[in-house]
Design a protein around this ligand. Sequence first.
Ligand code: TYD
Length: 222
Amino acid sequence: MFLTIEGIEGSGKSTLITLLAREFESRSIPFLLTMEPGGSGLGKDLRRILLSQSSSLDDNAELFLFLADRAQHAAEIIRPALAGGQWVICDRYADSTVAYQGYGRGMDPAFLRNASDFAAKGMIPDITLLLDLPAEEGLRRARRRNGLMGTAESEGRFEAEEMAFHQRVRSGFLEIARLEPERVAVLDASQTPEDILNEAMKRLEPRMNATAPHALSRDNIF
Ligand code: TYD
């Protein structure tokens, strides 16, 4: 099963992923934790460029770096893990491209969906958990975390965007969930981590006994 976790900055993705990993371990379910950008060897270099505040990236160049990251990550990391019967838990994936480059930067969401499908050779998540939170609250949490961890300069290019950008990104994620309710589960990220985990597990449990390891794929569309 291919599970992605999405949400704006500071929505608590990392906390949920840590709790999910513990839950999977306790149930002896084999899984791989990974992330975008930066889940592959090439991706680590791309992540540095994409998130550094000293990069002055053209919007199109930014998009193609995210897509290059996805192409390599899908081929080298995600596909082999799924083929080996593991769950893949991925921190951000194609919905982030639609939300940030589409709703945030103003590119056409339909084009972005196709471009992402092309990059990943049609591989889409079986299920997506969207952590939803007002942009103001998410940014407040993210900036506090960056201050504590000293990551503001090296990883802050998106967090430095104006509030209206983050509000558009949040609305974009909600629009994606509205269009694909079967795949995308919206979780209220203002709850406690334990409550969020419980809600997440309610969505995942029916899939844990499924026989097909990876149900959704658009492999043959190109
Ligand atoms: P990350 O560290 O994953 O986010 P967070 O700080 O929320 O944990 O940083 C990734 C950043 O890249 C995040 O701001 C969202 C952005 N992004 C895009 O704009 N497009 C994409 O396709 C992806 C995968 C991420």
